[in-house]
Design a protein. Sequence first.
Length: 264
Amino acid sequence: MKTLPFIFLIVIISFINNANAQITLAKKYDYSATIVKLEESGYKYYLMDVPAGQCRIYNTDHSLFKTVNCNVPSGFFLSDIKFVSEKIFDTDAGVELLCTFYKYYSSQQYYEYDSKIINEDGSQIAFMDGALYNYINQTGENSWQLFSYCYNFSVFPEKVWTNIYNLPATIVSVQYLNKSEEISINAFPNPASETINVTYSLPNNVNQGVLHLFDSSGKKVEQFIVDNHTDHLTFDVGRFESGIYLYFIEFGNTKTRTQKLVIQ
């Protein structure tokens, strides 16, 4: 009886194993997690624990690498963590990151946002008053700067300014650079008389945005915080006068196309 060559048998077994392969759960994290490639330590998972005010960083085998306490001010909540790195914000050997936090003033009905850059021990490198959106943009052949878009929502119209920071890094990984992405936005029913739903899809690297609603004269009548934990916003339009309104979502230096909404 003839026997199959050993190598040929290995190929057959490999084919059978691959044919039976399927997706499997590797790890479940309790909070939203993502991946980063640190300049010295390589690939790491990290997540934002809002109740604890922490950024936890894990090795690729899911063992804990570092816990960074963001030292969120009293009454504030974490909103975003980004730019987890080892070389962008200073030249030491530790991990640094940028965190954004917010507080809601219910009596005046507005949000206050601030951001800061911290070391892995929680010590502060820089504080950005009013900073809601933060992006790293390439500003030259071998230069990068941090753009912080800052807001004061306690006044009307809100005050907006931009802080631009120099970075000590000579090379910034492409993973940190701001990439403009189109996002979808749609309202229904339209026309509406009572309740309206606005569906949207934020880019993967954007956690929050602001939906602005203007009347036909260009006056802002309302704004809402939207985030990537859901894909829609529902609100009552019965309190608005009948007419044509315009709406769009804005984040950083990017905004969606302006859409028309009719309220009856």
